[in-house]
Design a protein around this ligand. Structure first.
Ligand SMILES: [Ca+2]
Ligand SMILES: [Ca+2]
Ligand SMILES: [Ca+2]
Ligand SMILES: [Ca+2]
Length: 357
């Protein structure tokens, strides 16, 4: 066999491998410029909003169909149905992502009465997801997933950017805990519909079946935000939602010690060699038995003192530089929201005061 023949056979073999790869579930389309793709996406989304209407949303607290959403094409010649585009429920927000500003349309059906998530919280939400594409020149949406009974809390730091950025504008509801085998009942939860440009979803990554989504698809999510959980990503005793030091809602720009690890992922936030967990503790010594008990300050204390407890100061949050046993003068150390808490102050480190009684 001469060299040319061998080369030819190897080439064929390689070609077969790549052909085979092409048939794999996950496909990566070549990257489009964000600005160019956004123009395509937003035109498609606006076309959808102008050609579809929203059926009256059911307000049915305590029942499954509460805030269910149905959107449909306005039949040709119909002038009585109001396009979503003209609905008073339609709003928009500007979302910054990858150094580009996206306009995101959304329907706010209900804001919710509970708590709004931060970008590092986990959410429990039902959702009905579809992608928008032209079919015979008309925009239509195709469902790829319907999660009606969610059981898993999803971390917004791991979801598509569209969820992370837009769930911030909604709140959870109230929950009636489950009795026996019954599911919990959620009421007054936030509910809405997001119309997301593809860059805030999967962009050039087609999603495999089941739940197939073509590359560069704008997505629609109708959702109900039932509940949220605060989490402690770095297990340092401080909930991640409390690690936004400059309180701008962005958790990627808070790195107190400048070591490249954001506070919500850093076990030693001020880089003084003492774990944050060790810097948020205090010790109480019993003068009679000489026993020592270790406690951890909460990030923020209770708003009002509980007269049933023997301590007042200890009920407040992680203090700033502090070496005494408390008292009126020291109380401000525990409660001033702008205080430099000692786990963020490299000049303060354990061991801390032993408070005796
Ligand atoms: Ca933490
Ligand atoms: Ca921040
Ligand atoms: Ca850090
Ligand atoms: Ca430290």
């Amino acid at each position: 066999m001469n060299k040319f023949k061998l080369y030819f056979i190897v080439s064929c073999f390689l070609f077969a491998l790549f052909s085979c790869n092409k048939a794999d579930d996950t496909t990566y389309e070549p990257l489009h410029f964000y600005a160019v793709q956004y123009e395509t996406d937003i035109a498609l989304i606006e076309d959808f909003l102008k050609t579809h209407y929203l059926e009256p949303v059911v307000n049915h607290p305590g029942f499954e169909d509460d805030q269910n959403v149905t959107m449909a094409v306005i039949p040709a010649g119909n002038t009585s149905l109001v396009p979503i585009w003209d609905s008073p429920l339609l709003h928009s927000k500007e979302v910054e992502f990858n150094n580009f500003t996206y306009k995101v349309y959304y329907l706010q059906l209900r804001e919710g009465e509970g708590e709004a998530p931060t970008r590092v919280d986990q959410v429990l939400a039902s959702y009905d997801g579809s992608y928008i594409a032209y079919n015979n020149g008309k925009p239509e949406n195709t469902r790829f997933q319907y999660a009606q009974y969610p059981t898993t809390f999803l971390g917004l730091d791991n979801t598509i950017a569209g969820w992370r950025e837009m769930f911030l504008f909604f709140k959870t509801g109230t929950v009636e805990p489950a009795e026996g085998p019954n599911p919990a009942v959620y009421n007054n939860f936030g509910a809405g519909v997001l119309f997301l440009p593809s860059a805030l979803a999967y962009y050039n990554l087609a999603q495999p079946a089941p739940g197939y989504i073509p590359a560069y698809s704008p997505l629609i999510f109708s959702f109900k935000l039932y509940d949220l959980k605060h989490v402690d990503h770095d297990a340092d005793g401080i909930l991640s939602n409390d690690e936004d030091v400059n309180t701008d809602g962005d958790f990627t720009n808070d790195d107190t010690d400048g070591d490249g690890i954001q506070n919500y992922l850093d076990i030693d936030d001020d880089g003084d060699g003492y774990l944050t967990k060790a810097e948020s503790k205090y010790i109480v010594k019993d003068n009679v038995t000489h026993e020592e008990f270790t406690y951890y300050y909460p990030f923020n204390g209770a708003a009002t003192d509980d007269p049933a407890t023997p301590y007042v100061d200890e009920r407040f949050g992680i203090p700033r530089k502090f070496s005494g046993a408390g008292g009126a003068a020291a109380e401000a150390d525990f409660i001033d929201p702008a205080r430099l808490r000692r786990h963020l102050d490299p000049s303060v480190y354990p061991p801390f005061a032993v408070i005796t009684h």
